[in-house]
Design a protein around this ligand. Sequence first.
Ligand code: NAD
Length: 715
Amino acid sequence: MIYQSPTIQVELLEDNIAKLCFNAPGSVNKFDRETLASLDAALDSIKQDSNIKALVLTSSKDTFIVGADITEFLGLFSQDDAVLLSWVEQANAVFNKLEDLPFPTASAIKGFALGGGCETVLATDFRIADTTAKIGLPETKLGIIPGFGGTVRLPRVIGADNALEWITTGKDQRAEDALKVGAVDAVVAPQVLEAAAIQMLKDAVAEKLDWQARRKRKLSPLTLPRLEAMMSFTTAKGMVFAVAGKHYPAPMAAVSVIEQASTKGRTEALQIEHQAFIKLAKTDVAKALIGIFLNDQFVKGKAKKAGKLAKAVNNAAVLGAGIMGGGIAYQSASKGTPIVMKDIAQPALDLGLNEAAKLLTAQVARGRSTPEKMAKVLNNITPSLDYAAVKHSDIVVEAVVEHPKVKAQVLAEVEGYVSEDTIIASNTSTISINLLAKSMKKPERFCGMHFFNPVHKMPLVEVIRGEHSSEETIASVVAYASKMGKTPIVVNDCPGFFVNRVLFPYFAGFNGLLADGGDFAAIDKVMEKQFGWPMGPAYLLDVVGLDTGHHAQAVMAEGFPDRMGKSGTDAIDVMFDNKRLGQKNGKGFYVYSVDSRGKPKKDVDPASYGLLKDAFGELKAFEADDIIARTMIPMIIETVRCLEEGIVASPAEADMGLVYGLGFPPFRGGVFRYLDTMGVANFVALADKYAHLGGLYQVTDAMRAKATNNGSYYQ
Ligand code: NAD
């Protein structure tokens, strides 16, 4: 053994080829500080051994290296620039040491080689992948750029254009795609991976392969004619800005770094990368995106733990084949859980199945599925008009019309058909889970399972715990949601549950602005372009449906009369009363038509402006900051109330609920990250300025205390 640490072993194989194996305790290899220090020490031992003629890097796990240890990032990035610079320089010295070894080197890549893992293999002369390999530099998705030489080495290995695409999109690439652009030298079957890498090294040692020429290319400036380089980088900047937009600076920074470094040798090029890396690491956007990554891990970890207590769900049923029931059936079936779809009307069943078939056909057309897989998924959905079909279900999701009496009857009926321990969940969006539980004989087997529309696209499922729901029930629904590829968060029962409870105060802020003469299209523009929501409030209400919005608003007003109670007519009432229901009937705040390519098109409509003018008078201009404050303060305070009341268990889950359920701008990280970023005291001072607007603008005592103590919601 040449070297051994808890994460890395180096041994000498035949023909004096050394093998360095990443073998971290636990399930995957990642680049934490300890592994980096180990790699450094291992390379020193290798350098000192004069017998070694070549080096192969391998992994004992299913994956090579998944990337840096992101749990270390936030702590690390909060340090002074000088500390951060010295960390990046030290890390890069390790990769340079690997690149500069006096003999040929190769990486044998299986599974993921992402981020730091990808940068490791780029530092070797040769890269052999097996068919399971996935390679890439996802750093821009976290608001930073690769910091271990990725922006320098990748363009020199696969060319500037390819590298720009890999780095600015952050996507991981399959082995065969990596081969096409020359990121790897060969793709082989998993069982011959190591042997193939060793053979390549033998050929290099025997000078059949020119490893020195490859290395020289990585140490030198990029060989791009000036004009071509200018064209490449200018085009890339235009394209990247169009996709990433002004709120996500990392992809653009990556283009600039690659451009500036293109005329430099390794040392100077790396310095350019270091400086840009440090600047991005310090941004609020990086903090927010890294926060989301960590929160996602946390929420998924909780769901995994719940899995231990869960009842296996091998057969499911959904009651109601409407928009939601059809979507739930499709999602369950396509993720491998057969499902019975029960309705009272044959046309509804036909519609539900047609919707599923449409989604599947689109996937086949995009090459993401095959006709065989499509047939299998459709076979996994059993339409039925008869309750007898749900008899053997492990779980039944009720998704019939939003009417308390109908739901109560359906829940009581279904209990008579299923077995004693079948879990029953309701997809209601506004009816109390505790109220619905009253119609059941065994309320402990019941809880809420709130999907979002469209089911196949929206990642969140709210699992609502009623006062009688058993832990096994909650755990089973969480596990089933995860199996469906969704991210579940568990919340306690209250009007609106969590997501709608915080959304309606935002709509109330919007209504208030309109009542004071605000222009809904101007408000949408500010909330989309400046705040970063995927849709402004008027557009969102049109998409949700003004009838649904109107009904839910009444439920919220009843639930929280002190601050959500209504006085007089608001803009939602105006649209609803005038049968402007939104996209579903072609007119709401906006008017909808179909463009020449068959895509839905939205336009402003003088008629809706006319109605609003009749109700609220002439239009008045509002500053962007005023618009943001008046809509966001109510949502933020209500989110904090939900945490304080235990409706949601942690800031992490609340923020993921907002990002995954409502599309809260990821670069802001969620309400709690946003509060921490702006400072709780600053928020309280801002809210106090708007306190005259009513109860939704009154901060809680605990928020005020946190502001005084200079506290934050995340550590
Ligand atoms: P929908 O009107 O599209 O579908 C309801 C279906 O239930 C219809 O096909 C109807 O025939 C069927 N149905 C009625 N009575 C039935 C019974 N006794 N047994 C079986 N089927 C019966 O409604 P939807 O939009 O799919 O909503 C369903 C549920 O999902 C509601 O509780 C709603 O609040 C909730 N939800 C809707 C959305 C949304 O955006 N549409 C989002 C989240 C939750």
